[in-house]
Design a protein around this ligand. Sequence first.
Ligand SMILES: Cc1cc2nc3c(=O)[nH]c(=O)nc-3n(C[C@H](O)[C@H](O)[C@H](O)COP(=O)(O)OP(=O)(O)OC[C@H]3O[C@@H](n4cnc5c(N)ncnc54)[C@H](O)[C@@H]3O)c2cc1C
Length: 377
Amino acid sequence: MKYRVLVLGAGFGGLELTTILSETLGNQADITLIDKNDSFTFGYSKLDVMFGKQLPESVRLPYRSIAKPGVTFRQETITEIDPVAKRVTTNAGVYEADILVIALGADYDLSATPGLIESGHEFYTVEGAFKLREVLANYEGGDVVIGVDSWPYKCPPAPCETALMLHDFLTERGIRDKCTISLVMPLSKPIPPSPPSSEAILEGFRERGISYYPLTCVKQLDFSRGVAVLDDDKELPCNLFLGVPKHCLPDVLKSSSLAENGWIPVSPINLMTKFPGVYSVGDVTSVGIPKAGIFAEAAAKVAAAAIIAEVQGGDPPPPFTGAGTCYIEFGGGRIGKIDVDFLSGETVQSHYHGASTDLLVEKKLFGSSRKSRWFGL
Ligand SMILES: Cc1cc2nc3c(=O)[nH]c(=O)nc-3n(C[C@H](O)[C@H](O)[C@H](O)COP(=O)(O)OP(=O)(O)OC[C@H]3O[C@@H](n4cnc5c(N)ncnc54)[C@H](O)[C@@H]3O)c2cc1C
């Protein structure tokens, strides 16, 4: 009998997990991967499109390219998940599984920040970031606020990268002196687990005249008065807002028995939920590390190994360490790198590699290796 594995969500976590299962189990399993979209886009590609470095069509990786033994991709919207029966309903049908993996990522609640939908912009959805490409190309100058609206949010360094890249972009357009850039973030430092990288980023802000507001969020936009209002009621002048909207569970999980305190709790040992045979990886979980693609991928490796042990027998995998490598854009074609391990030791371990153009080559390889491994492109 073939094991029926159902993977919900074809993002960083779902793609890596499906790839490992196919490589190891091949036709021993019947793996169905479901996503509502027709393509995947790396998070950092959103910034590249927004700042005119890449074209939208060149960063979309189409799911139709996936051709892996044992894997069927379905473009459908999941409307119901029954973790006890391991039954999933979509807009097109009903699926029964022996093993279920939930990798549906984090969704956004734009309405949680008054004024954001009416007159602000966000760069966390593909649509929002791609729309900003034209907005920024036609911007004539003024007060730009890059603001995070709540915690947790994915890829914590991304707003800092956006501020540094925006400085370069406005400089190249010859309008930097007509603009101010302010960055509002809930964290105490740009990257709390890595003090040297935080210091390098803060130095970058000082050199470029970027104002930094830590430990607070943007709670409201009032464009009739041209201000962004922070949690402590401080007001920043703003005629262009680039926001990181409040993150939340995808709708299909909001009232599910899988959810607790806003996310899906999982075992840090093997990423299993409280329901036997139901795993969850990536941003949708509350496993205790930041939400980022690299950690979704690391979690997928552990969950895949646990599933393979379940199907083939054998020892369970070593526990999830929450380890990975993050690449940070410093602008000017320079990239910094942080190797971090959240869960192996008693405290977070990290090592920072200073920004250089050499690391740009490594970051490109990071993207191209996934593109080839997951999509055969
Ligand atoms: C601007 C920006 C820059 C970033 N840069 C980096 C970076 O440099 N490095 C890094 O590691 N991370 C980065 N990230 C974060 C990274 O993109 C995410 O953390 C990562 O994609 C999470 O992977 P995931 O598999 O958990 O979820 P996702 O990749 O979000 O995948 C979830 C999938 O589920 C699907 N889905 C959701 N609901 C349904 C439904 N009801 N029916 C069907 N399908 C559904 C979605 O369409 C989606 O494809 C960045 C993010 C942003 C926004």
